[in-house]
Design a protein around this ligand. Structure first.
Ligand code: FES
Length: 105
């Protein structure tokens, strides 16, 4: 079983069981995190799916692409833990990863 630990903008944390193979953005939307707007629908062109990833699993993520890096650069809330959740494919390797939804830009 793969579990992700998700913290919303109000600081509430719960565990979710993602469907493997979906993007992290889709998984968050599946689990009613509507504060994650994902306006462009996962086309890597809006940055409204910004999250922070840490803990177990985060180290197994593939590196940030040039496009993702450029878009994240437009956020005033970017940190070393920043990712665009639509660019993260959920795999069993992410088990235990902590995902925090970034503040709105
Ligand atoms: S949903 Fe727009 S960049 Fe991720």
């Amino acid at each position: 079983m793969t579990t992700l630990i998700v913290t919303n903008r109000d600081g509430e944390t719960r565990e979710i069981e993602p469907i493997i193979g979906r993007t992290l953005m889709e998984v968050l939307r599946d689990n009613d995190y509507d504060e994650l707007q994902a306006i462009c629908g996962g086309n890597c062109s809006c940055a409204t799916c910004h999250v922070y990833v840490s803990g177990a699993g985060a180290g197994t993520l593939p590196p940030i692409s040039e496009d993702e890096d450029e878009l994240l650069g437009s956020s005033s809330h970017r940190t070393d833990e920043s990712r665009l959740s639509c660019q993260v494919k959920v795999t069993p390797d992410l088990n235990g990863m902590h995902v925090r939804i970034a503040p709105e830009d």
